[in-house]
Design a protein around this ligand. Sequence first.
Ligand SMILES: [Zn+2]
Length: 575
Amino acid sequence: MVRYFLQQFRITLHATIAATVFAAIYCGAPAGNAQCQDADLLIRHAKIVTMDDHDRIAETMAVRDGKILAVGTEAELSGCTSKHTAVIDLKGRTILPGLIDVHTHALDWAKHASRGEIEIGYQDIRSIAEIVERVRRRAGTIRPGEWILGTGWDEDKLREHRYMSRANLDAVSPDNPVYLGHRTGHLAVVNTSALRLAKITRATPDPQGGVIEKDATGEPTGILKDNAMGLVTHLLPPDPPELEVEAVKYVSEQALESGLTTIHNISLDPGGMHAYQEARRRGWLKVRVQMVPLVSSVLDAERLAATGLYTGFGDDRLKLGAVKMFADGGMGARTIAIYPPELKGEANPLGLLVWKSEDMQKAHHLLAGAGWQVVTHAIGDRAIDQVLDSYAAVIRDLKLKDARFRIAHSGLSTPAIQKRMRELGVIADGNPAFVYWIGSYFARYGPERARWAYPAKSYVENGVVEAAGSDVDVTPMSPWWGIWAAVTRREAQSGKVLAPEERIGVRDALRLYTRNGAYDGFEDKQKGSLEAGKFADFIVVDRDVLTVPADELKDVVVLETFVGGELVYEKAVPR
Ligand SMILES: [Zn+2]
């Protein structure tokens, strides 16, 4: 009986395989195409940039139940439709796979906006005096003791080209604590009232992985770097839960408008995860999201591993992604961990290593052993090597075959580092838009290091997979800034092209935001190209991105965004 069943099973199986192979070969053919039928949606007369293995361009695409049935010519797909099929004639418009941003702080960014923080962003503020004036005005409208919050200042964009200090803020806000975060998220300036609340004095030692900046007399200046920010941030008033859920809605809308159909939200706290889940329950979450929690200690890693959850838990809309750790600081805070020569005039001239190496390895080991993909922030070459040492040991100890460990930013990626990344299969979560928006920081580290700051072409040549992130709100959320900057590498202030040999073509730039982003998130079977069987996540853009002059890439306008075959964003203009 059992044997009979097995034989039957084998026959059925063989027949099924044969049918599948047959269908695969003939999929798209006008007749005898068993799979391409009853499409919900047919896109025709488009220039479909599939981003498949052969970089094919197609004109017609059929979609059913949220997935792509077939992509090909009009004739090949003629059998896909029925009388229920909605047909969209794109009249030659360009279609791309939905774009993927693997590194955003989207929820934090959205909350800054919805919290009513004062506007001090790098995009329009040009002097310390302007910031001080905004603090003064706010202080005049609130009760003593209430916090004044702001985010996004950048000393390189200010006339004074220096950090603010508590003295600047004390003059206009003696009775209200002030916390103003730097655009990079790696430092903040606070006033004396805030220092007092946090009990930070000249006697307070630097926390592990943080710096309390002090002046020549030993008094705190008000500048707090990396982990030292936590001494104050835990005192900030909590956000009302509703604000967070509304912020998720805003994130989703903004992402879709810029052409992103998947984002990874990095360093999400429990409140943030709750908000994403709640927004999803209410039907507000239209973009696909990978939630990436933060681990800051071995204890954190133990706790997370002990939940039994791991990367991939969730569904196609909202899931757990990798787990994030920090190895060093930021270029804005001058806290990235570098090899000599040291940075002159800094209290920490070789930067900060946030973790002791053995603890980092313990945490990576625990997390990877529990099934988590890990992404570790490392910008300086010394920090990147520390992370790679740890990754190498964990991959070896756990005999991992396809770990896809990631380095967030991977700022100073020297040839030696790139070689190690390729050998270990480590992915660079790069930030092409940094070259434009914060490329002015690179020169601080000298020409030798600046040459390898946020490379792209050498990754392609050396076989390192690079995916891309805006790191919003370090740079704007729109991926078109990054695509444009990857192709042009022009720095905002000077207009200079930085490391011109690292410029890449537009196809390679698109690859960072499509195929490579999908691979980065273990979603390459579902996303990243427009091919039969993958999600119907795609965008219609207002120009042919493959042929427009490079400088126009930052001006690309997304006309329509589809997620799972559903139109989720439409620009309010006639097509
Ligand atoms: Zn980040």
